[in-house]
Design a protein around this ligand. Structure first.
Ligand SMILES: [Zn+2]
Length: 316
């Protein structure tokens, strides 16, 4: 897939597509690092994860089994949540406790570590009473990702306090109005690595399961839920993920016996891999007058430039 830099801006979230509600206000007192910082460009690591047998494989990924799951699903959506808790470890313990009657597929810690609690094709209990685009009960139709985050915070002297008593500084929070609320409040911010992990996971899961959309718990249960909330750059992530799908919609087929693929648009560039066999189907990533950048298939990360005259469009 394209290796362009990833730039997700936490502070520019709008919900124009789903709601005409006012955008989050940024009229907080005193400057805050989290409120105004534009994330620096992060180069996407090459294939940070893979999925095998509906389980995530990758660095800092561990598997743990929750009893709070059951029945197979064909996921259509990805739903993001915050844990509203003290730590990822606490969240995992709770979501593996039968008394919780709750679970999710993944829990992403503030250090980027990921715990998978159930395979992606098994129903977990993260959505509750919910609906989206005609579907009722999104547990049966979605993959749920919990992000370790304390949720909304209230002022307590010089600090901010979560519902469970955890204390935070204003540098760890964003003062913003949730699109579903009538006034602003403080929200615990997500870490940069969490946001990067969320993007990487969304890219992978949407591609692997052909998901239709990336949404929040607040979208499917707006009467009672506010997660992942205004501190999470959901719109930026979803446009990155779904935009990429649009970018790669065009396909082409190799008509040469063996087609050299190069690292740039010209014969002076090195070969990007073994030659492509005749009839290989590729995704079109970028076009110039004589060369096209292609992605060989969803199964590999192989991409490069090939001469236009050896490609024909695939129209089916
Ligand atoms: Zn939730």
């Amino acid at each position: 897939m394209p290796k362009s830099s990833t730039r997700i801006t936490q502070s520019k979230r709008s919900r124009s597509r789903r709601s005409a509600s006012p955008r989050a206000t940024r009229s907080a007192p005193s400057p805050s690092r989290a409120r105004t910082t534009t994330r620096s460009a992060v180069t996407e690591p090459k294939a940070p994860f893979a999925i095998e047998a509906h389980r995530l494989i990758g660095h800092s990924v561990v598997q743990r089994a929750t009893p709070n799951c059951g029945g197979s699903i064909t996921p259509r959506y990805l739903v993001f949540h915050y844990t509203a808790g003290r730590s990822a470890a606490d969240a995992c313990d709770w979501l593996c406790n039968p008394a919780a009657n709750a679970s999710a597929h993944l829990v992403v810690g503030r250090d980027g570590s990921i715990t998978q609690l159930a395979p992606f094709n098994i129903k977990t209990w993260h959505a509750g009473v919910s609906q989206w685009e005609g579907l009722i009960g999104l547990n049966s139709h979605s993959i749920g990702i919990e992000l370790d985050n304390a949720g909304p915070l209230r002022e307590a002297g010089a600090h901010l306090q979560a519902w469970f008593g955890g204390r935070y500084t204003k540098n760890e929070a964003l003062f913003a109005q949730h699109r579903l609320d009538t006034g602003p409040k403080w929200w615990h911010t997500y870490t940069d690595v969490q946001v990067q992990r969320a993007l990487d996971l969304a890219l992978l899961l949407v591609r692997e399961y052909h998901l239709l959309d990336v949404i929040g718990h607040e979208d499917i249960a707006p009467d009672r839920k506010r997660d992942p909330g205004p501190a999470f750059p959901l719109d930026a992530i979803r446009s990155r993920v779904l935009g990429r799908r649009d970018d790669t919609r065009e396909r082409a087929r190799v008509i040469a016996e063996a087609l050299n693929m190069r690292t740039g648009p010209g014969t002076e560039y090195e070969l990007a891999g073994p030659p492509l066999a005749k009839h290989t189907t590729v995704w079109v990533l970028e076009k110039s007058a004589r060369w096209t950048k292609v992605d060989v298939s969803d199964e590999t990360d192989l991409e490069g430039w090939v001469a236009n005259r050896f490609l024909e469009p695939v129209t089916d």
